[in-house]
Design a protein. Structure first.
Length: 129
């Protein structure tokens, strides 16, 4: 099994309801656990606002590449499924997507900072379609 095959497994599972996979082939064992970014956000103290949390420990990237515009800045309107940021773990990038149509109220982390699973990343205010 090569890195491309592992990456395909990660990409497929990141968009599914699966939370864990174990693969053993050719003397290699891989065990992956996922906390999904599309899980329901957790309510925070600000009335009407909800937070999006880190789906796994890793490093946050607010833009698709160095020097590029961020995926979503404060005040930006995002649609359900839009990429808000990336979390990198073991050279794999997991997009964290908006769970509903919203306005970005606050960004609670900084670019290229380490985060822990469940750490608040952004505060979103839902908008009606």
């Amino acid at each position: 099994m090569d890195f491309a095959q592992i990456r395909r497994i990660v990409d497929e599972l990141a968009g599914s309801a699966a939370s864990e996979v174990k693969v053993e082939t050719g003397g290699m064992k891989i065990h992956l656990r996922f906390a999904h970014a599309h899980a329901a956000p957790v309510a925070v103290a600000a009335p009407g606002a909800e937070t999006v949390t880190a789906p796994m420990p890793g490093v946050v990237y607010l833009a698709p590449s160095p020097g590029a515009a961020p995926f979503a800045g404060i005040g930006a309107q995002v649609a359900s499924g839009d990429t808000l940021l990336l979390v990198e773990a073991m050279k794999s990038m997991l997009p964290v997507r908006a769970p509903f149509d919203a306005v970005v109220e606050d960004i609670l982390t900084s670019d290229e900072s380490p985060v822990e699973m469940g750490q608040p990343l952004m505060r979103l205010r839902p908008v009606s379609a």
